[in-house]
Write a protein that binds this ligand. Structure first.
Ligand SMILES: Nc1ncnc2c1ncn2[C@@H]1O[C@H](COP(=O)(O)OP(=O)(O)OP(=O)(O)O)[C@@H](O)[C@H]1O
Ligand SMILES: [Mg+2]
Length: 411
């Protein structure tokens, strides 16, 4: 054996050591979740969220009447996001799904092409929609748990049963046999039952998270062994039922997908009402997107023949991510021709401001001037705001069609 030989014990040692190192450096990169605070908002930020100037002043008056804002500061005061939401609630203008719609819209952010900016798009969409006042649940279904990390949680401190896998397997599935025995000896019951995990709170008011975990891969293993049996139609739609349990408590559910084709991810796509398809403008990413569309249509069509459910994602929106000037025109023209009304009307440029924020495990909404050039951060924020507004208006259109209500929670 040469000095380059490594065995599984070595892999495990590397994994543990890497986690320790990441843990140590993450303290520098981003505060651990408990210390993480969303930045205070100024008047300009509130205007970006759609508040009018007079509402900013009215909010100050309201908060002062509650003794929730210091008397000084005038127009230059700053408020927390939860104070903005309290004001919107007080005025009855917080946006929400219509009352006639019993469940939130489940939006998949999916493209099996790796690195298409799924997690980044999910992060910014979820934060931006929560900032506007919607109750948002972000679901991380990637064992890499990128979105979970961006939201300040270290996956190795979470149990797999806290992820979507917890809705699939009984509690004892994720426990060491000796821990099960010890719990049972103490009289704990029901460990052989499935208990849907509570979403965890994030530092963004209005945004909760069902975190990612390596345990999510087990869903696919389970599906592979069971699909084709008698309960196949039920199995195909199990994730749909599981997600529906969460959707009723939120306006919008946004799910980050894995960069891999699998039964789990295919059925998960079927469990969503709407689709945001991030497509970078590099030609390899465009080709990868075609593969994604091929695979999904072939697999889900074959399952449509089994369960008879004709799936429609409404809305289905394409968004250009990591847009590079070099290729943009050609790819945009191509996307316009291919996707028609679904074509990308909004884009996010490939920008060091985004990658610098992400490497500090923050969204661009939280980046500060020491993270990167402030003008570039602002440009990236504007672009993500435009993506969120684009998605929001399509969701509202669907809500309007479903509810027939003229206005719902609009300002
Ligand atoms: N607008 C952008 N400008 C520059 N870099 C970006 C931008 N958006 C995303 N990135 C970078 O691209 C990489 C991939 O992004 P991200 O993790 O969001 O993609 P993904 O599709 O979720 O990846 P995976 O397929 O591994 O899940 C990351 O390193 C991220 O920092
Ligand atoms: Mg990802």
């Amino acid at each position: 054996m040469t000095e380059f030989a490594a065995d599984l014990a070595k892999f495990a040692e590397w994994a543990a050591s890497l986690e320790r190192e990441i843990e140590a450096t993450q303290i520098v990169a981003a505060a651990p979740h408990d210390d993480r605070v969303f930045p205070l908002l100024r008047a300009a930020d509130a205007l970006r969220l759609g508040l009018k100037s007079y509402q900013w002043r009215e909010m100050a008056k309201y908060l002062r009447s509650l003794d929730d804002l210091s008397p000084e500061g005038g127009r230059n005061h700053r408020v927390t996001l939860s104070q903005v939401h309290a004001y919107l609630d007080h005025r009855g203008i917080r946006p929400k799904r219509p009352d006639s719609s019993k469940s939130g819209i489940r939006v998949a952010v999916a493209n099996f092409k790796g690195g298409a900016a799924k997690s980044t798009t999910c992060l910014h969409l979820a934060i931006s929609l929560a900032m506007r006042g919607y109750r948002v649940l972000a679901i991380d279904t990637d064992p890499q748990a990128t979105l979970t990390r961006y939201l300040g949680y270290r996956p190795w401190f979470l149990n797999a049963s806290q992820s979507l896998a917890g809705t699939w397997f009984p509690q004892d599935y994720f426990m060491e046999p000796e821990d099960v025995a010890a719990a049972e000896a103490q009289g704990v019951q029901g460990l052989d039952q499935i208990v849907f995990p509570e979403p965890i709170k994030t530092h963004v008011d209005g945004l909760d998270l069902l975190p990612g975990s390596t345990g999510l891969t087990e869903i696919d293993v389970d599906l592979i062994t069971r699909v084709g049996g008698q309960d196949t139609p039920q199995l195909i739609n199990q994730l749909d039922e599981n997600l529906a349990v969460y959707a009723k408590d939120y306006d919008i559910v946004i799910t980050d997908f894995q960069p891999a084709f699998s039964l789990f991810q295919s059925f998960l796509l079927k469990a969503h009402d709407a689709l945001v398809l991030p497509v970078p403008t590099e030609s390899a990413d465009v080709a990868g997107t075609a593969d994604f569309l091929h695979q999904v249509s072939q697999v889900l069509m074959s399952f449509e023949r089994v369960d008879g459910v004709h799936k429609v994602w409404d809305p289905t929106l394409v968004v250009h991510t990591k847009r590079r000037l070099k290729n943009a025109e050609v790819v945009e023209a191509m996307a316009g021709k291919v996707f028609g009304v679904h074509r990308p009307l909004v884009h996010v440029d490939d920008s060091t401001a985004v990658s610098a924020s992400l490497s500090a495990l923050k969204s661009v909404y939280e980046a500060i001037s020491s993270d990167y050039d402030l003008r570039a951060i602002k440009r990236a924020r504007d672009q993500y705001d435009a993506v969120a507004a684009f998605v929001e208006s399509a969701l509202r259109k669907r809500w309007f069609e479903v509810s027939g209500e003229e206005r719902y929670g609009s300002q």
